[in-house]
Design a protein around this ligand. Structure first.
Ligand SMILES: N[C@@H](CCC(=O)N[C@@H](CSS)C(=O)NCC(=O)O)C(=O)O
Length: 193
C-alpha cells in the first residue's frame, strides 16, 4: 500500500509482488500512476477485524493519502494515522514538485489529520532525526510549520531551499508504475542494489 508516488526511494511494492504471488499494489487514483487497486477518500481497506480509512491529504504531491486505523473491532475511535509525507514529525512534506501545493497541503493536513483525536498516533513516511512516532496533539502544539497561519506557512515552504532528492529521476518513473512491477526481474535487481 502506497501513500503516494515517492520521489526519493523506490517503493517496495514491486519487489514484494515478485516475491509473494497474489500480492496486489494499491495507490490513490488521484496520483495518476499505475497499480492493481486504486483508492479514493472514504474507502475502507479491511484486514482481520480492522480497516484502514483512506483520507485525501494532497499538497506534498498529487494524490497523497493518509491511512487511519481504529482501535479494535468496529473501530469507534481512530488510533493510528499513517501520514506518508503529508505530515512529518515537527515538519511536513516539501511542496516544490510533482503537483505540490503549499496551501493545499496546509488545508488537507488541518482538515484531515489535525481533526483526529489528539491521542491519535502519527506515523510518517520519513524522519530525519531518528523519531518514529508522534501524536496529533503534539503536532498541533509543536509543529513549527503547521501551527502557523496559512500565509506564514506558504512563505516557510517557499523558502525551504532543499536540494532535489538524489534518486528523483529514477524513483518517480519507477514509482509511477508502483515500483517496477512491469519490468524484468533483472531491472528490479539492478534498481534494488
Ligand atoms: N535527502 C533526501 C531528500 C530529502 C527530502 O527532500 N525529503 C522530502 C521527503 S522525500 S520526497 C521532504 O518533503 N522533506 C521535507 C523537509 O522539510 O525536509 C534525498 O536526497 O533522498
Amino acid at each position: 500500500m502506497n501513500t503516494h508516488v515517492h520521489a526519493d526511494h523506490l517503493t517496495g511494492t514491486g519487489l514484494i509482488k515478485m516475491k509473494v504471488p497474489g500480492v496486489k499494489s494499491v495507490i490513490s487514483r488521484a496520483s495518476n500512476s499505475r497499480a492493481d487497486h486504486f483508492i479514493e477518500a472514504g474507502d475502507k481497506i479491511c484486514f482481520g477485524d480492522l480497516f484502514l480509512e483512506v483520507r485525501a491529504t494532497p499538497g506534498h504531491t498529487l494524490g497523497c493519502v493518509t491511512y487511519v486505523s481504529g482501535d479494535g473491532p468496529g473501530q469507534p475511535q481512530p488510533r493510528m494515522a499513517f501520514t506518508g509525507d503529508a505530515l512529518l514529525i515537527r515538519g511536513c512534506g516539501r511542496t516544490d514538485f510533482q503537483g505540490g501545493n503549499s496551501l493545499q497541503l496546509y488545508h488537507s493536513v488541518h482538515s484531515q489529520i489535525l481533526t483526529l483525536p489528539k491521542d491519535t498516533l502519527v506515523y510518517p513516511g520519513h524522519d530525519y532525526r531518528g523519531f518514529s512516532v508522534s501524536t496529533v496533539g503534539e503536532e498541533m502544539l509543536y509543529n513549527p510549520r503547521l501551527t502557523k497561519d496559512e500565509e506564514t506557512f506558504k512563505k516557510i515552504m517557499e523558502n525551504l531551499n532543499l536540494p532535489y532528492p538524489k534518486m528523483i529521476d529514477v524513483a518517480v518513473p519507477a514509482n509511477m508504475v508502483c515500483g517496477l512491477q512491469d519490468l524484468s526481474s533483472e531491472a528490479v535487481g539492478v534498481a534494488s542494489n
